[in-house]
Design a protein around this ligand. Sequence first.
Ligand code: PGA
Length: 310
Amino acid sequence: MDISLRQTRAFEAVADEGSITRAAERLHLTQPAVSMQIKKLEEQAGLALIQVVGKRVFLTEAGKEMLRYCRRINRDVQEARAVMQALNELRHGRISIGVASTVNYFATHFIASFHALHPEIQIRMEVTNRETLLQELQELDKDLFLMGQPPADSALEATPFMENPLVVIASPRHPLTECREIALEALAEEPFVVREPGSGTRMALEGFLTRHGMELASHMEMNSNEAIKQAVMAGLGLGVVSRHTVRLELAAGALVELPVAGFPLLRQWYLVHRRDRPLSHAAREFKRYLLEAAEEGRLSELPEQAEPTG
Ligand code: PGA
């Protein structure tokens, strides 16, 4: 059977409208053009598909059967077009993402596996601290943000996707590593290396200490997780960082997580975007893939295990 989409569409329109004139209007065609398509379809079927009584069109039994197939064909073609269009947009997509400096430790491994699936999508990632992210959330130039607790703002859509445990780290030579339990108060006299004001990690630590009526006796400030890790390894003091930033060092024994009462301090990671900036197909796919990876626990794996599988 050699039938065309012109015929299946004309036939569906005639059946829906019960009139060749109205079907022609709906399809922006002339009446004879529609009649011609129906005639060709009848020739292919070898049967009459419609019966015209006055100005009304009725379907024959064969016509009713044919209508089921025409509807299915038209719907499938429409769906295929939409899927192809979406894939095409994905292929030429760009995503711009702002991430908190602490997120960087798992985001890059995740981006590597996303890139393996969608090599044509261009990704721009900017790593910065919480304070800068909060400013950027007010602008429209980024698609997505990966960050700690976002501000309560109805213009933002925020989806929590993974826990962010903040832990106390020490050099393996630190005397506290001998203890099996450490009371929070024991930290008060210890020198600390902490993140800069404006960091979400710093904000969470300060909030926690205030709630417990504590202050750190002495602390040195550094504006990157990497610097803190090096400083703690060098014996400058204890540090409080996200466990995500020290997975390799903990596994290698270069740093030790101390069992301090009240820790790990649990924060959440959020995927955030503005509601007034519609997500592109590429950004939507990134979001879907990230939430799926988080759900399956793949985001918190060590990098060696987080290689793309597909
Ligand atoms: P930070 O962000 O890198 O600014 O500390 C982490 C967070 O918000 O928890």
